[in-house]
Design a protein around this ligand. Structure first.
Ligand SMILES: [Zn+2]
Length: 442
């Protein structure tokens, strides 16, 4: 599932919230059934009519989101068993057959979701992680008395609730919306905008009130963020390799085509492109975040703009080499006895450019030790002349450097045996980056 956030140009402030699930739009329409029970307040025909309206009004009034549902009919003989996520059949129930709803709720939507997720930034800056829904059941409560839209409009409503408003609200949850404001937000004064109270996804509705039967701008913004135009990209090229590295990008859009679309790529190294499927050659080492912005207009969405970025999408490496200020990939210091501390000086400025480290120790042409730590202490075990080779590997290639170490020929060994001025000189050389390729003088 590839769904991400949308920024509509000229959007007013909005407070929609997402529930954390969404249907895979590649599998639209989403099928659902109505359980075979007719609540005394409504006719069988009106139950069907009003629930179908609640599902489809999201597509009608938020066309840019492009949701799509398919009413499958009455689920015969099923009502008493109530909602179940394990049957994988989306079902709407009247009068809460298994007494599952919270007493204060007019209706509850029970949704099961999991699998892959994608992040969406909500208006308050929070990141919502959206999982794929696989079963959603709507259960209208038993205690609630329902009024038809016609009765409410005609003034024939006595403390009953609009079934159309509640059905629209519950199908908002079904599609993946959460409340514009929760009860606690209202009580604590956090629900500050009139628009949030007017939203279909406001946490509750008033008796004999039809407000929630129609989507408010806030609801439209939210559902459009969840299902509206988006772009993502992929590549069949290697995204990690040596300089120069050519990467070819494929733009993926919701509609699967580029009709009416403009695109701008930013490859992270300063280069840009307005081609739909560009190839770009990275000439310098680095880790690059790739951005794509699509802008377009279409009859359902008007003008829109959408940004997608993939942090650290491309890693381009030179072969392993000394870090800035060093002339070799390693040096070493005497520790004690026949033990020396290896000091790795390889360039780590680009994450991922070194993924293999091996130190090989040779004596008289024979390998006597091999160590894979970054900067190991090596105990040579006995005095003698050793060659130490640091092998480094990564996407940019491999390197090998060697130093010869005369271990403790005077019974002490190492730099610490060099007194006074000579030690100072060594320190100075190291500071200048000139002390790497040398033969150690005991
Ligand atoms: Zn709700």
């Amino acid at each position: 599932m590839v769904l991400t956030a949308l920024l509509l140009s000229g959007s007013p402030a909005h407070a929609w919230n997402l529930a954390g699930w969404a249907w895979d739009s590649n599998e639209f329409p989403v099928p659902w059934y109505l359980a075979d029970y007719v609540t005394p307040e409504l006719s069988a025909e009106y139950e069907e009519e009003v629930t179908r309206l609640g599902a489809s009004i999201w597509a009608e009034q938020a066309p840019c989101a492009g949701t799509s549902d398919l009413y499958m009919g009455i689920r015969e003989g099923h009502w008493a068993s109530g909602p179940s996520s394990s049957d994988l059949v989306n079902t709407v129930y009247f009068d809460d057959p298994t007494a599952r709803n919270d007493e204060s709720a007019l209706g509850v939507t029970y949704t099961s979701f999991g699998g892959a997720y994608f992040p969406i930034e909500e208006p308050d800056g929070d990141i919502a992680y959206i999982f794929e829904a696989y079963d959603s059941d709507i259960v209208f409560s038993d205690w609630a008395q329902w009024a038809t839209t016609e009765d409410i409009a005609a003034g024939n409503c006595n403390n009953e609730y609009s079934i159309e408003g509640v059905a629209t609200h519950e199908f908002g949850h079904f599609w993946g919306m959460a409340h514009s404001c929760e009860r606690e937000d209202v009580e604590s004064g956090r629900c500050t905008e009139l628009a949030w109270y007017e939203a279909t996804m406001f946490w509750t509705g008033a008796a004999c009130d039809l407000t929630q039967a129609n989507l408010a701008e806030d609801d439209i913004q939210g559902i459009t963020a969840l299902y509206g135009p988006y772009a993502s990209f992929s590549t069949d090229s290697e995204t990690s390799g040596g300089v120069p590295l050519e990467v070819c990008f494929d733009l993926e859009t919701k509609t699967g085509d580029y009709e009416g679309l403009e695109v701008e790529w930013s490859f992270g190294d300063g280069a840009t492109s307005t081609e739909f499927a560009p190839c770009h050659t990275y000439e310098t080492q680095g880790q690059f975040t790739v951005y794509v912005t699509i802008t377009g207009t279409d009859p359902s969405c008007g003008s829109y703009s959408f940004d997608q970025r993939e942090p650290a999408f491309v890693t381009v490496c030179e072969p392993p080499h000394p870090g800035e200020g060093f002339s070799g990939t390693f040096t070493y210091e005497y520790v004690e006895g026949t033990t020396y501390q290896m000091i790795n000086q390889a360039d780590l400025s680009v994450y991922g450019c070194i993924d293999q480290v091996a130190w090989d120790v040779f004596k008289d042409g024979q390998k006597v030790q091999s160590i894979s730590a970054w900067s190991p202490k090596i105990d040579f075990g006995e005095e003698g002349t050793y060659e130490v080779v640091l092998n480094l590997g990564g996407p940019g290639g491999i390197s090998a450097e060697s130093l010869t170490i005369d271990v403790g020929t005077d019974g002490v060994g190492g730099c610490s045996a060099v007194p006074g001025a000579a030690a100072g000189l060594f320190g100075l050389l190291a500071g200048l980056g000139a002390a790497v390729r040398r033969r150690h003088q005991p």
